[in-house]
Design a binder for this molecule. Structure first.
Ligand SMILES: Cc1cc2nc3c(=O)[nH]c(=O)nc-3n(C[C@H](O)[C@H](O)[C@H](O)COP(=O)(O)OP(=O)(O)OC[C@H]3O[C@@H](n4cnc5c(N)ncnc54)[C@H](O)[C@@H]3O)c2cc1C
Length: 347
């Protein structure tokens, strides 16, 4: 045992909205959760200045404010929030052994993975500076802020098609930039987008990549630099005479090239992950969808839910995972013995 090895009844990985909701419920059920923040305390919502669709805030609320209120609520009921990134969970023994990247080790009876998913980004100049100021990875969340603007969606999969289709509600016109000729998206989405192309609401730019984004946090996105080459992947062919580089005016850019679920630390466990790394949930009472193949190990929020990926759905799953973990903890043999002993003492 190291100096920092410590046993907890429940550990929650993540202080996004799923982890914090789980923490509130778990603390109120006397499960004394240790809640580990990971590399991104507060999770994805800390990246957005305005949340307009979380119930209860008719005027909207900033992502960081919502998260801070939830942290205060979790701590008020006794959750123990700590810095710490989980590197590995050993489920070959009970209690689980939870190893952190800083070398600390904890053991716990139950574990909730609420470690979210990180949106993939392009890694091009201007992107980081304008993220949250006209550049977004979530059309459902941010589309309404750019009503009447020309909008650019980057990507060629289902998410890009769905986001482009959704954005036609707000945009003057939606452009899709895809680096190849063919889309990876399912026919269903391609057909839906094609109808919008025919009505003039969407224009597709194939074999086109964004090289740079221009603008300022004060004024948002002004324009982007695009590269185009009929052979595809133009950014790899900038020296080619066939590659055209040009500026393109847009008011907002939505990057829809997928998410990466944060599940590396579960790879050696019995938890089933799908081909992209999302936790495959196994139902639960009332269709909870937080149980995994490993009894006592639960998943909540975007780390499980690759489809909805919204604050309110992540919060709902955090609640369900905490209740499922509580049911599991109550049924552990040692707890049954303790309860039986307490009842005998009362008699
Ligand atoms: C720019 C942007 C704007 C958005 N706006 C809205 C909106 O307006 N409305 C809405 O409903 N949704 C919005 N969303 C989506 C919403 O933020 C997510 O659906 C929600 O945050 C998911 O919550 P989560 O707790 O599952 O995961 P996350 O928020 O991703 O949190 C994951 C947590 O896990 C931690 N973690 C990761 N790996 C580890 C590890 N190994 N060990 C310990 N901890 C770990 C991270 O540090 C983080 O604290 C937005 C998303 C983005 C990116």
């Amino acid at each position: 045992m190291t100096d920092t090895e410590d046993h907890r009844r429940l550990i929650v990985a993540g202080t996004g909205i799923a982890g914090l909701t789980a923490a509130i419920y778990a603390a109120r059920s006397n499960n004394d959760p240790l809640v580990l923040e990971g590399d991104e305390p507060g999770g994805q919502l800390t990246l957005t200045s305005e949340v307009e669709n979380y119930p209860g805030f008719p005027e909207g609320i900033s992502g960081p404010d919502l998260i801070n209120e939830m942290k205060a609520q979790a701590e008020q009921f006794g959750s123990d929030l700590k810095h710490g990134v989980v590197e590995n969970v050993d489920d070959s023994e009970r209690p689980f052994r939870v190893e952190l990247t800083n070398g600390d080790v904890y053991t716990c009876d139950a574990f909730i993975a609420a470690s979210g998913a990180s949106a993939r980004t392009l890694g091009i100049p201007g992107e980081d500076d304008l993220m949250g100021y006209g550049v977004s990875t979530c059309a459902t969340c941010d589309g309404a802020f750019f009503r009447g603007e020309d909008m650019l969606v980057v990507g060629g999969g289902d998410a890009a098609m769905e986001e482009a289709h959704f954005l036609t509600k707000f945009a003057n016109k939606v452009y899709i930039a895809h680096r190849r000729e063919e889309f990876r998206a399912e026919d269903y989405w391609i057909d839906k987008v094609q109808k919008k192309v025919e009505s003039g609401e969407i224009e597709i730019m194939r074999n086109t990549e964004v090289l740079e984004m221009h603008g300022s946090p004060e004024d948002g996105v002004d324009h982007v630099t695009l590269a185009r080459n009929d052979a595809g992947h133009p950014s790899e062919k900038l020296d080619d005479d066939e590659t055209e580089v040009s500026d393109f005016d847009v008011g907002a850019v939505f990057i829809a090239i997928g998410h990466t679920p944060n599940t590396d630390y579960l790879e050696d466990t019995g938890v089933e992950l799908d081909e992209t790394g999302y936790i495959v949930a196994k139902g639960g009472k009332g269709g909870g969808q937080t149980a995994t193949d490993v009894p006592g190990l639960f998943g909540a929020g975007d780390v499980v839910d690759y489809h909805y990926q919204q604050a309110v759905t992540a919060a709902g799953m955090g609640c369900k995972a905490a209740i499922d973990a509580d049911d599991y903890l109550e049924d552990l043999p040692e707890n049954e013995e303790t309860e039986a002993a307490a009842e005998a003492a009362d008699d």
